[in-house]
Design a protein around this ligand. Structure first.
Ligand code: G3H
Ligand code: 13P
Ligand code: ZN
Length: 311
């Protein structure tokens, strides 16, 4: 099975009313947990790599680990650059074997975002690679960039047709109220997303795949497990799963999840080491962490994204 682009996956997801999980990867255990879950549930899969992940693990290690996962499971995998911030990083990832890249020009004025995105699309499409663009800004933390609530902004549906037309992107990330990280909504407030914006974007771009970032649910059981074992994560709140199911049944075809993986892994490691303080073999705590990631991803694929069995 080859490493594949996202084009067919997203098209089928749009038609089928489900979403593909795009999971962030940083090391071997995370890659194994996710790919084993996808293989066992026969789910199409996007593994995404941030600039921070490339810096931490190195491009070549992640690429080889993903190739190994693909050889081990027989799963077709799309390898995607998450939040590429320049033409150069997109080019490096395309040249280095990624089959999909995101160029995130959302911090630039509209015209500048269009020009940068179009430049990446031209390079990528010539090489058979798909491109995700972004319009509107999510709040939260990615790498070292912290976008405050005041700087964030919802996507303006009036801009989407021109953006897609002028850039030639294959999918579009929009901002409807999700944010990156574990603290997405104010404590005591009911989480809300602007489904009206999603609906209007979908109306203006019929058949076109939309991407939802910042889509971790921040499951209370993980936060509790972390806090019970020495962690301090008060007021962590994520996107309710029923909202993700609704988005997946609409035009959202790719749903990005990173924070939930981090929580599953950390909860497992904290609890293991707290219960067995005499242990010092990394395999002893990384093994259960990998199992926990696998269980979490299976749950997402089957019960939230609806993509299990869609391979
Ligand atoms: O959107 C951001 C992802 O959670 C990646 O996070 O940049 O810390 O690797 P990172
Ligand atoms: P979360 O922080 O909600 O997992 O979002 C991840 C993401 O959007 C990666 O691009
Ligand atoms: Zn993101």
């Amino acid at each position: 099975m080859p490493i594949v682009t996202s084009r067919e996956m997203l098209k089928k997801a749009y038609e089928g009313g489900y979403a593909i999980g795009a999971f962030n990867v940083n090391n071997m255990e995370i890659i194994q947990g996710i790919t084993e879950a996808a293989a066992e549930t026969r789910s199409p899969l996007i593994l995404q790599v941030s600039a921070g992940a490339r810096k931490y693990a190195k491009h070549v290690y992640l690429m080889k680990l993903i190739e190994a996962a693909e050889a081990d499971t027989g799963l077709p995998i799309c390898v995607h650059l998450d939040h590429g911030e320049s033409f150069e990083i997109c080019k490096t990832c395309i040249d280095g074997g990624f089959t999909s890249v995101m160029i995130d020009g959302s911090k630039y004025p509209f015209e500048e975002n269009i020009n940068l995105t179009r430049q990446v699309v031209e390079y990528a499409h010539d090489r058979g690679v798909t491109v995700e663009g972004e319009l509107g800004r999510l709040a939260g933390i990615e790498d070292d960039i912290n976008v405050s609530d005041e700087e964030s902004s919802y996507t303006n549906p009036d801009q989407v047709e021109e953006f897609v037309e002028a850039t030639g992107v294959d999918s579009l990330a929009i901002a409807i109220g999700t944010s990156h990280g574990a603290y997405k909504f104010k404590p005591g407030h009911k989480p809300q997303l602007r489904f009206d914006i999603l609906e209007e974007v979908a109306r203006r771009l019929p058949g076109f795949p939309i991407v939802l970032h910042g889509a971790s649910s921040v499951m209370p059981e993980y936060v509790e497990m972390i806090n019970k074992n020495g962690g301090k994560m008060p007021d962590a709140i994520g996107v309710p799963e029923d909202m993700l199911r609704k988005a997946a049944s609409m035009a959202v075809c790719k749903i990005n999840i990173d924070t939930d993986l981090r929580l599953a892994m950390t909860a497992s490691i904290r609890s293991y080491l707290n219960e067995r303080p005499e242990d010092f073999d990394p395999r002893k705590y990384l093994g259960p962490a990998r199992d926990n990631i696998k269980e979490l991803v299976k749950h997402k694929l089957i019960n939230v994204l609806g993509c299990a069995g869609k391979l």
